[in-house]
Design a protein around this ligand. Structure first.
Ligand SMILES: *Cc1c(COP(=O)(O)O)cnc(C)c1O
Length: 367
């Protein structure tokens, strides 16, 4: 028998979450953001559900190629644009739309001798200060692009730094509208947080929204109100089983560094899941884990291939945990749900990082 850990991708949840995003921004077209191999879910696995989007947005040219090979003929947007001048040929061959965020990317277009006009998304920096033209430099970049025969339609784009806060987009929205002024063309501003919190504002929702994390059923902030409040369903479950049990006396410790010491006699379950599977090594004692449908906690340090959990709450609930008992690390199983955001919060991170870190050695099933 293979090692009992597995991940499950729930395509019905992906469909539900996409529909949920559409309800939040009913007048907008939706880019399904599938960078980082669809946030760890697998582009090919997510494709069937997410092809109901209006386009796919990602960073990696190989992932764009994969989508075309899957049969997607609609829009694909490269969120960071081209990384070198030679990428423009691939954009043409695969008909990829691409972001332009710096002068060099305009230079490459100007020197490019191709056969079709490129659809570009010009990025305005509204305070994130990673990529994009300042509001002052934006119109000149737009004019230079518009004058190029290599360039067709230009869409205006920005990315919010603080979209999850009430009022958090006001300043950025003002900068965006000042920078774009009366230049014509479509607009796209909103990631998941902006769609969920501010999607009712048509100036934020605009022509295209760009949800990623919401499609996968995790909260953009990791804070309350969580994924369930936004009516999002978990699209990934990480499941395993107990492979051993221990009874330890008061004063005995568990695992590397003896990080957890039992205050009283207790039974410990050993789970086939470790940091080499993508489970966060920094997860502290107390991180939630579900055994046979009962919520309990991690005790002791996460090791490469195993974690140890407190079985006392499971016995207290009338359970009979044994080797082969089911363990839910996050997501859902027949008996319970454990929001990935709760696990992430305990480990001091976000659901994004956990799902993207799912290791290649974990077998994945689609349901
Ligand atoms: C990743 C990304 C998104 C999606 O962000 P979420 O927070 O996952 O919704 C949107 N726009 C850009 C430019 C991105 O890089």
């Amino acid at each position: 028998m293979p090692r009992p850990i597995s991940a499950v991708i729930h395509t019905a949840s992906l469909s539900h979450n996409l529909a949920r995003v559409r309800r939040a921004a009913p007048g907008s077209k939706v880019w399904a953001v599938v960078k980082a191999n669809a946030y760890g879910h697998g582009i090919a696995r997510a494709y069937g559900a997410l092809r109901a989007a209006d386009g796919f947005a990602l960073l990696d040219l190989a992932e764009a190629e994969q989508l075309r090979a899957l049969g997607w003929v609609g829009p694909i947007l490269l969120l960071e644009g081209c990384f070198a001048a030679e990428d423009l040929a691939l954009c043409e061959r695969l008909n990829l739309w691409h972001v332009v965020h710096c002068r060099e990317q305009i230079d490459w277009l100007a020197m490019h001798r191709g056969s079709r006009a490129h659809r570009v998304f010009l990025k305005l920096n509204t305070g994130m200060n990673r990529v994009g033209f300042s509001p002052e430099a934006y119109a000149a970049a737009w004019e230079r692009l518009s004058a190029l025969p290599q360039v067709g339609e230009i869409t205006h784009m920005t990315h919010f730094a603080c979209a999850d806060e009430t009022g958090g987009v006001d300043e950025a929205l003002a900068r965006f509208e000042r920078g774009v002024a009366d230049l014509g063309g479509e607009r796209t501003l909103a990631n998941s947080a902006a769609v969920l919190v501010h999607g009712a504002n048509p100036r934020v929702a605009a022509d295209w929204v760009r949800p990623g994390i919401a499609l996968y059923g995790s909260s953009p902030t990791g804070l309350a109100p969580g994924a369930a409040h936004w009516e999002l369903q978990p699209a990934m479950s990480l499941r395993s089983e107990l492979i051993d049990l221990q009874s330890i006396a008061a004063g005995e410790s568990v695992g590397y560094g003896a990080r957890f010491t039992a205050a009283r006699p207790m039974r410990i379950g050993v789970v086939a899941c470790g940091y080499a599977d993508g489970y966060p090594r920094v997860a502290p004692n107390g991180t939630p884990v579900v055994v046979d449908g009962v919520r309990t906690t991690l005790v002791g340090r996460v090791s490469m291939d195993m974690i140890t959990v407190d079985l006392e709450p499971v016995f207290a609930a009338g359970g009979q945990p044994m080797i082969g008992s089911s363990v839910l690390l996050w997501g859902q199983d027949a008996q319970a749900e454990l929001c990935i955001d709760d696990v992430a919060a305990s480990a001091g991170t976000l659901g994004y990082e956990l799902m993207c870190a799912l290791a290649a050695r974990v077998p994945v099933r689609v349901e």
